[in-house]
Design a binder for this molecule. Sequence first.
Ligand SMILES: Nc1ncnc2c1ncn2[C@@H]1O[C@H](COP(=O)(O)OP(=O)(O)OP(=O)(O)O)[C@@H](O)[C@H]1O
Ligand SMILES: [Mg+2]
Length: 250
Amino acid sequence: MQTLALYHLKGGVGKTAAAVNLAYLAARDGYPTLFWDLDPQGAGSWYLEAEASEAIDADKLVKGKLAVGRLVRPTRFENLSLMPADFSLRYLDILLRKVQGNDALKRLLAPFREMFTLVVLDCPPSLSHLAANIFAAADAVAVPIVPSHLSLRAFDFVHEEYKAQGHKPRRLHPFFSMVDRRRRLHNELLVDAPKRLKRRLGTSIPYASVIERMGQERAPVGSFAPRHPASLAYEALWQELKQRLPEFSN
Ligand SMILES: Nc1ncnc2c1ncn2[C@@H]1O[C@H](COP(=O)(O)OP(=O)(O)OP(=O)(O)O)[C@@H](O)[C@H]1O
Ligand SMILES: [Mg+2]
């Protein structure tokens, strides 16, 4: 099992859109995949969930008497399961506080080894205890960057923090997101990307209204507009990421 996090300190940069589409593509490739919605806002769950979750005995879960796997839901898509945002909203903080250090999320993920080949973590935008747990749990952290100086500056923070927590920066995978070719700055930054992005993924995700339509369709773009350039971009991104995930590249 490999764990891929879509993370950035910045909000609204396309983390959830990428997480949903990458998880969908992995599942479509035949890999049993879990989309874990770590954001209490629950956008990812809303895109994927077919029905409401059953009520869970919170006390038992927090005391460790109920397996966290019980919260996993099927989706309408073959091979794709969902850990809904409900979990993050109600229990995650408590569970993270129970374990010293930053390994609580990693431990929560361990039992899923038997069930899934890939876990995609859709992360909320912040640098927090949760972010430290995400860094410790993820084999790869993909960081969507809207081409702007502020966004690059935020990436520098992420990069520094990731290193400061003892992780290897080669596990960070920035890529350009919401790229609008009509904008001069976007073109300039793409052509002449700063040195600190030299290991970025080559694929950029274009700014496209079809991605906004995911909210209407409640589905990944690849499922309702498979030939659209945005869908093809997510596919190329998935192929690239696969090469960077040790268990997939062999
Ligand atoms: N490439 C894109 N082109 C056009 N719109 C996009 C694109 N990617 C995302 N969006 C839209 O921008 C908004 C923010 O996207 P998304 O929710 O994926 O970002 P996020 O980084 O997960 O945000 P948050 O930090 O709030 O979780 C959404 O309305 C989404 O539909
Ligand atoms: Mg999001």
